[in-house]
Ligand binder design. Structure first.
Ligand SMILES: N[C@@H](CCC(=O)N[C@@H](CS)C(=O)NCC(=O)O)C(=O)O
Length: 214
């Protein structure tokens, strides 16, 4: 399997966590999306130009982080989408919530904060803050009753929460939320996640020009 990704990309980190949890072997292809030439080259692989992408058997292209994890679940243990239909629905639901309303909002805040104040989009910032606060409220409640997003076992939802919380430490700190903080400590102590973070760290430092990944 060929995996097209970049260690700094949150959606790639989500899939890397799943791959390292499962011990899946892959051929790494790092895509430098900041370089216009490399970006154009990558569009030959995947016209949408987004990472991550998994290529299986040389020509079977699998884009989209959730879809990649669903594919991996079919070929390698441990399962990250498991249980009865209701449990599986909840795993997918939280995966969507973490991607769309937490991760995307955290990314928006990070990118906006890197712009000069006069160029920032206050409406997008306000919407992102509202979504993050709403997600934190939801997560704090859920995590008061269980160690992981869907109970006792680590699932695809936790893969999705990882990069969001990794970058949220900088963009939208959650220190005031006792259960989210404990959840983050639990996530960050998993070997798969420690590996993803340590691989991302030098790239995050170079991109943000400081100790953001510390
Ligand atoms: N829904 C996609 C989102 C992928 C995505 O937005 N990837 C970003 C990096 S985190 C990207 O490729 N950005 C480059 C671009 O938008 O051109 C997924 O879950 O894989």
């Amino acid at each position: 399997m060929k995996f097209y990704y970049h260690p700094i990309s949150s959606y790639c980190q989500k899939v890397l966590v799943a791959m390292y949890e499962k011990g899946v072997e892959f051929e790494p292809h790092i895509v430098s999306l900041m370089d216009p030439e490399k970006r154009a080259e990558y569009r030959e692989v995947y016209p949408m130009g987004k990472v991550p992408v998994l290529i299986v058997d040389d020509d079977h292209l699998i884009p989209e982080s959730t879809t990649i994890i669903e594919y991996l679940d079919g070929i390698a243990e441990p399962k990250l989408i498991f249980g009865d239909p209701e449990q599986r629905r909840k795993i997918r639901f939280k995966d969507r919530m973490f991607d769309l309303y937490l991760n995307d909002s955290v990314s928006t805040l990070l990118f906006q904060s890197m712009k000069p104040e006069s160029e920032r989009d206050q409406e997008r910032i306000d919407t992102s803050k509202f979504r993050i606060d709403t997600m934190y409220g939801f997560m704090e409640h859920e995590l008061s009753e269980q160690p992981y997003a869907n109970g006792d076992d680590f699932s695809m939802s936790d893969c999705a929460a990882t990069p969001a919380l990794f970058y949220a430490q900088r963009a939208a700190p959650f220190n005031d939320y006792q259960h989210i903080s404990a959840y983050w400590d639990r996530l960050a102590s998993r070997p798969s996640i420690r590996r993803v973070m340590s691989e991302a760290e030098p790239h995050v430092k170079a991109f943000m020009g400081d100790d953001a990944a510390a």
